[in-house]
Design a protein around this ligand. Structure first.
Ligand SMILES: [Zn+2]
Length: 64
């Protein structure tokens, strides 16, 4: 996912690792940007699917 603050792209797993000291630990719905430390809510699955669709569309750019 992409950090809303600095635009750094990171894997959700990396972000979770940086949230190890979080008091809520499990069930924490926030991901922390490894770059700037900004915390934001996880991307809903729907957003991921939509983003993937857009990416796929952009990739298959076959001009007729
Ligand atoms: Zn960031």
């Amino acid at each position: 996912m992409k950090c809303a603050l600095c635009g750094f792209e990171f894997a959700e797993d990396d972000a979770q690792a940086s949230c190890k000291g979080c008091p809520v630990s499990r069930g924490c719905n926030m991901v922390k940007c490894p770059n700037c430390g900004y915390e934001e809510p996880k991307e809903p699955r729907l957003v991921k699917i939509i983003r993937r669709l857009f990416k796929g569309r952009r990739k298959s750019k076959n001009a007729t």
